[in-house]
Design a protein around this ligand. Structure first.
Ligand code: FAD
Length: 386
């Protein structure tokens, strides 16, 4: 009988791995431990729920009980693992000591905010990074009723997707970010401008090139003071200023971690024998991609490794499909800043090709009708992790 496997985290990475291991080994003892409610849901759908009027219950595909039944795993929900002791191969959960045979960390990434939120406004300020967060935000939004004024801080993928989705759901949105154009990490400025114009046309009040200086209560509303002194009024604030890999637990085991995540090799192995990591918390051979296709490939490779067939993971040239229906966007960001962006097309239909000094394609970004080029371009772009 093989060692009991404990997976910490039941997001798409942890659950995906449990599914893959179970498909290869019907008898392995598997325990999934999660700090949240443990429902099986697709995180990318969180930023599409308001347009479709989706209540949180409909985003949960299966309850933790159904997951445990279907996969024949033990599921411990609302349970936070505090520390790992690799010497005794135990996890600490409060006063409990839980032995593991093999351990996988799938602890994801947590929202990070560049400012602290005071108690005075805390009940009106949200992040949405899991189904429980969505449930809380959805509850308050529904309680307000009608068109709620939401100020979104941050114009990256999460901020832009929620902006478009909330507008489509009938709400009013202000988008505040220090960058001059939205999605600045994925899109060169001409394409960012196309997205910005589409969001404006849908009703977004763009405050780009601006930062939040102060956030305070103003009677029933919130008052946002921007760095140029302008004051915006909103009912709720959604913070979308980025995610940081959760590495605190790995730290307690003395694993190598950096800002990019828990360091692993191509086998998703950490430096500590018997401990692996995957998903948003893991930096695999120097890369933390933080999206679904890489974590699915990781789950498949790691399941093979854990069931006796050591398998390194490889990532293809997998573009990200940004869910902003008012302006279709697809991007495959280059791993290094390109020597130049070659822009083709006109109007809202643009292709930006990231090229190296020899004119080879390193990545791309597409808007409007040009998103059709994604397959053709992905064929010639280099894989993320060959
Ligand atoms: P998570 O889902 O964050 O899971 C982490 C798990 O670890 C949770 O169960 C948590 O409770 C648990 N945990 C953490 N610490 C502990 C502890 N100490 N003890 C116990 N449990 C712990 N990607 C795409 O490819 N396409 C998209 O369209 C897309 N859209 C997105 C939209 C939004 C709004 C967001 C936020 C992300 C989106 N992404 C998208 C990214 C993608 O969803 C993530 O890469 C993926 O879901 C990460 O899964 P994960 O399992 O690694 O982490």
């Amino acid at each position: 009988m093989s060692d009991p496997l404990i997976i910490v985290g039941s997001g798409m990475a942890g659950l995906g791995l449990a599914r893959q291991v179970r498909a290869r080994d019907a008898r392995r003892t598997i325990t999934l431990i999660t700090a949240d409610s443990g429902a099986d849901y697709s995180k990318p759908l969180l930023s599409t729920g308001f347009a479709k009027g989706m209540p949180p219950e409909r985003l949960a595909m299966r309850s933790p009980i159904d997951v445990a039944d279907a996969l024949q795993v033990t599921m411990r929900t609302h349970t936070r693992v505090d520390t790992i002791d690799p010497r005794t191969q135990t996890l600490a959960i409060g006063a409990e000591r839980l032995p593991y045979g093999e351990l996988v960390l799938a602890t994801g990434a947590a929202p990070s905010a560049p400012f602290t939120v005071s108690d005075e406004v805390r009940d009106r300020v949200f992040t949405i990074n899991d189904l429980d967060d969505y449930r809380r935000f959805h509850g308050v939004l529904s309680h307000h009723g009608g068109a709620v004024r939401v100020a979104i801080i941050g114009a990256g993928l999460v901020g832009c997707e929620f902006a478009d989705d909330l507008l489509a759901g009938g709400h009013r949105v202000a988008l505040v970010a220090p960058q001059q154009t939205p999605l600045a990490r994925l899109l060169p400025p001409p394409l960012g401008q196309v997205l910005g114009a589409a969001l404006s046309k849908s009703g977004a009040d763009l405050r780009l090139g601006r930062s939040l200086a102060q956030l305070q209560r103003d009677d029933e509303a919130l008052s946002l003071v921007l760095d140029d002194g302008e004051v915006l009024s909103a009912d709720l604030v959604l913070i979308a200023t980025g995610l940081s890999p959760r590495t605190a637990l790995a730290d307690t085991a003395g694993l190598a971690v950096s800002e990019a995540g828990i360091q692993t090799d191509r086998y998703l192995a950490t430096a500590q024998p018997g401990i692996h990591a995957l998903g948003d918390c893991a930096c695999v051979a120097g890369l933390n991609a933080m999206y679904v296709q890489p974590l699915q490939a990781s789950a498949k490779a790691l399941a093979a490794t854990l069931t006796g067939t050591p398998t390194p993971v490889a990532y293809g040239a997998w573009p990200v499909l940004v869910k902003t229906p008012s302006c279709p966007v697809v991007a495959l960001p280059p791993r290094q800043a390109p020597v130049r962006w070659r822009i083709e097309g006109e109007g809202d239909d643009l292709s930006a090709l990231a090229e190296d000094e020899n004119g080879y394609l390193q990545g791309f970004a597409l808007t409007g009708a040009c998103v059709r080029r994604k397959v053709e371009l992905a064929r010639v772009a280099p894989p993320l992790l060959p």
